[in-house]
Design a binder for this molecule. Sequence first.
Ligand code: TPP
Ligand code: MG
Length: 324
Amino acid sequence: MADGLNNETLLEMYAKMALSRTLDERIWMLNRQGKAAIVASSQGHEAAQIGSVYALRRGVDQFYIYYRDLAVMLTLGMTPQEIMLGFTAKVGEPLSGARQFPTHGAYPELGLVNLSNVISTQLPQAVGAALALRMRGEDAVVIVYFGDGASSFGDTHEAMNFAAIHRLPVIFMCENNKYATSVPQHRQMAVDSVASRAEGYGMPGVSIDGCDVIAVYEAVSEASSRARDGEGPTLIEAQVERYLPHTSDDDDTRYRARAEIEEARLRDPLKLFGERLTALGILDSAAVERIHAEARTEVNAVTDFVEAAGYPDTDDFYKHVYAG
Ligand SMILES: Cc1ncc(C[n+]2csc(CCOP(=O)(O)OP(=O)(O)O)c2C)c(N)n1
Ligand SMILES: [Mg+2]
């Protein structure tokens, strides 16, 4: 097993994955009940998100996420309650006071940087932050998450080119779920892999199984070492799965065969990690049951709390918007 991951940490990662899945499923349900306005589910992306955070230094490194990164937020230390308050736009939401899209906003203590829903805008920002770290002589690394669709946008090209020229300490983490909303990968790019583009910028590009949390941990650890040793950026393409429609507002039955999703479910990162830990004797069926029961209990309690919570006071609507 990968360096730096003892049995206790592996179990913690599995529990985090189970909690993330349970929370995400519940938020989707709340949407179906009319209680959460819009959801972009992270189901199928958890290994890429959790494995990458474990490979970095929480409280030191900087995280430029996008809208589908619930498990990154959770692993960085946001609580399920804080996250669910965002999806239901209730008072106490820490990112934007519940005034933004869910998951949008900053959490500086956790190294989480404010994000825009406009795809790929976070890449040049992350590269700028990496340049600032370099200029200040700081040792932190920046990781920026984005989708396969975002990889075809102009901002992505400029960010990668600049980062490679200046050998900046940044990790480009593409969560390739093979769809940009309804557009399949072969209609987004004429190459087989996002990682192959790295060569054109002069940096290493690796395509990995993004459903394998250990493979992700190893790839991000290596990219982080390169970044800290002054060797510059790395492009990682994590091949993940998207189990649900693009968002809760999308109907994927119009463009995706059910059989394709069933096949994708065979690569469920939670299932694969559970099987691997069981084979290694780190997990058994009793522990699996206990971990999932704990996740359900926590998410049930959070649901009760959030459903009883009020909406923010309209009087401070403009707080943090206008000075004075
Ligand atoms: C500049 C811009 N154009 C279009 C959109 C609308 N839009 C939102 S998500 C999305 C698809 C993004 O797909 P991908 O980058 O693969 O991420 P995924 O949702 O699959 O994780 C699009 C086109 C947007 N938000 N910003
Ligand atoms: Mg995609």
